[in-house]
Write a new protein. Structure first.
Length: 95
């Protein structure tokens, strides 16, 4: 199973007042939260996921980004893309 879509990190979110003033960057926790919400839709009935091996390969500014989630042996492989390059990767283990 593969799921693709877009995440929108709203530039008007107040978190960007502090992260970072004048050069807003989406926090890794926001990216992981977006993946967890998408995973809940991809795997109905699953509410618990263990975060595994997330890597943030570049800073991303607030805005819209494409993602892909692939189901592999009781885990979800997650990728967030910025201009077709993987900006973040990781796994969510279904528990």
């Amino acid at each position: 199973m593969e799921m693709t879509g877009t995440f929108f990190f709203d530039p008007k979110d107040l978190i960007y007042n502090d992260h970072f003033p004048g050069n807003p960057i989406v926090p890794g926790t926001q990216i992981i939260r977006a993946f967890r919400e998408a995973a809940r839709r991809a795997v109905p009935g699953s509410n618990r996921f263990v975060i595994d091996d997330f890597k943030f390969r570049q800073f991303i500014a607030p805005g819209e980004y494409t993602y892909r989630i692939q189901y592999k042996e009781n885990s979800l492989s997650c990728e967030l893309f910025d201009k077709n390059l993987a900006a973040a990767t990781g796994k969510l283990i279904i528990s």
